[in-house]
Design a protein around this ligand. Structure first.
Ligand code: GDP
Length: 425
């Protein structure tokens, strides 16, 4: 049985925590897209960890953690992450990297950085981890799959020569920056070959076999629907699909085996980077929610950048759940809203004088204004509560209202960052 844990919003919904909770009895946890450009924060008995590449199942010794073929792997960063966990004394399970995953090269990071510099104020807010250039090369068929790190010398050097010709035209012509040296790039590939060697495997065969044997497999998404390359707020999106459906491709498992799609929904909105954000708060309201949000404030796990925050957006979230094919919802960070007298929920968008409940394409979204309904706040701390019925009535009403708006059953409510802070509804 394969379950996907994916985000309905702009990312940072708390997928890491939900995966960590569900990974307790999972045999495999698989990252199927993205790279080290976003992070999950997990708090458990070993401490607080910001994971960028490793799946959130890493804290369970019995669970095999897999970086699937859909992932962009930065080898030095992966090794650093494994070492940081080992330094903290965390006993972890086996780690495998798909032989078909893409390799992030140093020039991807440089090109990402130079492009952000070139765009200056018009930038996309890239984390400069080289993910967009890496996935661009994947589709231009000039990237390197992990398995290619072990190719014979001459054909690999030939590939390097070709890549350097293309990249140097860009580096010299567009960015006016130092050119790549073929020997250095070849040596970089060989050093990554050694770093990754203990982990490389034909992971889709392993996962298909596991699925046939009825093992429990979790697919862990990064970011959320609204950052999906196709269905998100293009072009302010990420460079790989964030949808559960892509889990079949990015992990190499049968699409028909993905029976359960747990969509993680945040009780308010947060987003990083540029792009339309209809329910955004500004001024003091934004500062207060940002500082109270998540665990110790809404600041990026990878970059430390302050996140944009705002009210719960039922239009975006309903669409987010629909595109994920959500079968159930985990509603997170509900505890954070305990300070508000009244809590706005955006139930429609006013666009050119008409109100719609359908999430539009990006140019139209830029013109959308929120239509709010106000819900009474519960004005107390709900952390530590372990049953739905024990939540204050106003809080139950807020959760039920969200459920009604998005049309998907809320099966879990997260009321704190820790593993135990979870209410099964
Ligand atoms: P992810 O990328 O979707 O895994 O989300 P992040 O890890 O970037 O952001 C979630 C943040 O919220 C982390 O700091 C979590 O520890 C924290 N968090 C998760 N669930 C809850 C919750 O229910 N309440 C509070 N207060 N924090 C939470």
């Amino acid at each position: 049985m394969i379950q996907a844990i994916v985000g309905a919003n702009w990312g940072d919904e708390g997928k890491g925590k939900i995966t960590d909770v569900l990974a307790q009895d999972a045999d495999y946890v698989v990252r199927f897209q993205g790279g080290g450009n976003a992070g999950h924060t997990i708090k458990n008995e070993y401490g607080k960890f910001a994971l960028h590449l490793l799946p959130s199942g890493i804290f369970n010794q019995k669970t095999v953690s897999i970086l699937g073929n859909g992932v962009a792997v930065n080898a030095p960063k992966l090794i650093e992450e494994i070492e940081s966990i080992e330094r903290a004394g965390v006993p972890h399970g086996q780690i495998l990297v798909s032989d078909r995953a893409m390799v992030v090269m140093s020039y991807h990071i440089l090109l990402d950085t130079y492009e952000e510099e070139r765009l200056a104020g018009r930038s996309f807010g890239s984390t400069k981890s080289g993910i967009a250039p890496c996935f661009s090369d994947k589709f231009a068929k000039i990237g390197f799959q992990v398995c290619e790190l072990y190719m014979d010398e001459e054909p690999l050097r030939e590939r390097v020569r070709n890549v350097c010709t293309i990249k140097n035209a860009l580096l010299g012509g567009l960015y006016n920056k130092p050119l790549l040296d073929e020997e250095e790039i070849y040596n970089e590939l060989k050093s990554y070959a050694e770093m990754l060697r203990p982990y490389v495997a034909h992971t889709s065969v392993i996962l298909n076999q596991a699925a046939r044997e009825g093992k429990r497999i979790l697919l862990e998404g990064q970011l959320g629907t609204l950052k999906d390359t196709d269905h998100g707020i293009y072009p302010m999106v990420t460079s790989s699909s964030t949808l559960a459906g892509y889990g079949a491709v990015g992990a190499g498992v049968p699409v028909t085996e993905i029976r359960d799609v747990i969509c993680v929904v945040k009780a308010y909105s947060s987003a990083v980077g540029a792009g339309a954000f209809v329910t955004e708060f500004f001024g003091d309201a934004a500062v207060e929610l940002r500082n109270r949000g998540g665990d110790g404030g809404e600041y990026g796990a990878t970059t430390g950048r302050p996140r944009r925050v705002g009210a719960f957006d039922a239009v975006a979230t309903r669409y987010g759940c629909m595109m994920q094919g959500a079968t159930e919802v985990a509603l997170t960070v509900v505890d954070v809203l305990g300070y508000m007298d009244e809590i706005p929920i955006c139930v429609g968008y006013e666009i050119d004088g008409a109100v719609t409940r359908d999430f539009p394409n990006t140019p139209v979204l830029e013109r959308a204004k929120p239509v709010y309904e106000m819900m009474p706040g519960w004005k107390c701390d709900i952390r530590g509560i372990r049953s739905f019925d024990a939540l204050p009535q106003e809080c139950q009403n807020y959760i039920r209202k969200i459920e009604q708006e998005i049309g998907v059953r809320i099966s879990m409510v997260s009321n704190g960052p820790a593993r135990e802070d979870i209410i099964y509804v």
